[in-house]
Design a protein around this ligand. Structure first.
Ligand SMILES: [Zn+2]
Ligand SMILES: [Zn+2]
Length: 280
């Protein structure tokens, strides 16, 4: 019963389970694996949140006077329980490749804390992401910044900070949701157009390509126009990863056919192994 390789979707390299503090009982690793198996996905990666409400040794934020912790729901990742759960699912879903992972938030500010977690186990997929920015002495969710500042200014600040994330951290391999605040783009600001921020997007893509890393196509965010992936290639990018950022089982691999069509139109294609990133 071989795969029809032309029709198999890419791996979902960005999924959250009950081990992420912000899923609030709405999902489970077992249910997400079942969904992935039903869809015929070759692989699924559980990239649980690694956000820090406090700083530890080796964290750059310690010297800044900025108060960490932008959401009181934040909890540390229970690594042992998480890894045991992965093992259990690998036994239960033998035809599915189940990858470990984390989504390290603001890794340029929490290098020491991130490394301490990564040292405990083997993590196949390490995503780097920016959710929060410093504002008046404390970290705030970037979507809040869209209401505190003119939205275009908030977006520019965000993209400029993503460059610092890339240049200030080498712990991650894949840059997650590079334009995260656009999910909350206010209707009053008019339609969001990537072309309004071309220079800022290109600066991020250039820094990412220069460091040899992978760009995530995040389908929790609106699917990008092909133009953005062309910018990625023009700036030297060679690889993309697909991530649903699902926090409920029903969203695993959500909108992947659309995302695949955009990636293919930009010249990216699947690798030899089903778990490979797509390359051009
Ligand atoms: Zn995220
Ligand atoms: Zn996520």
């Amino acid at each position: 019963m071989g795969w029809d390789t032309r029709r198999v979707l890419p791996p979902d390299n960005h999924v959250h389970s009950e081990w992420s503090y912000d899923t609030f009982g709405r999902t489970s690793m077992v249910a997400a694996c079942q969904r992935a198996a039903d869809l015929g996905l070759p692989a699924i990666a559980f990239t649980e949140h690694l956000d820090f409400a406090d700083y530890g040794e080796g964290d750059a934020i310690a010297g800044t006077g900025i108060t960490p912790g932008w959401w009181d729901a934040m909890r540390p990742l229970a690594v042992d329980g998480y890894l045991a759960s992965i093992e259990e699912c690998r036994h239960r879903f033998r035809s599915l490749r189940i990858l470990t992972g984390v989504e390290a938030g603001e890794p340029h500010l929490f290098a020491g804390s991130v490394r301490a977690v990564l040292a405990v186990g083997r993590f196949d997929r390490v995503l780097g992401s920016l959710h929060a920015l410093a504002w008046e002495g404390r970290m705030v969710n970037s979507s809040r910044l869209l209401r505190l500042l003119p939205p275009a200014e908030a977006m520019r600040r965000y993209l400029a900070e993503v460059v610092k994330v890339i240049e200030g951290s080498d712990v991650f391999e894949v840059l997650a949701h590079l334009d995260y605040p656009r999910r909350q783009w206010p209707g009053t600001a008019g339609a969001f157009a990537e072309s309004d921020f071309e220079e800022e997007y290109r600066a991020v893509l250039r820094a990412l390509a220069r460091s040899g890393r992978v760009l995530e196509i995040n389908t929790f965010s609106p699917v990008w126009p092909v133009t953005l992936l062309r910018w990625w290639r023009q700036e030297g990018g060679t690889a993309v990863s697909f991530g649903s950022d699902a926090h409920v089982p029903g969203r695993v691999a959500d909108k992947f056919p659309e995302a695949v069509a955009v990636a293919e139109a930009a010249g990216f294609s699947r690798g030899r192994e089903p778990t490979d990133f797509w390359r051009c």
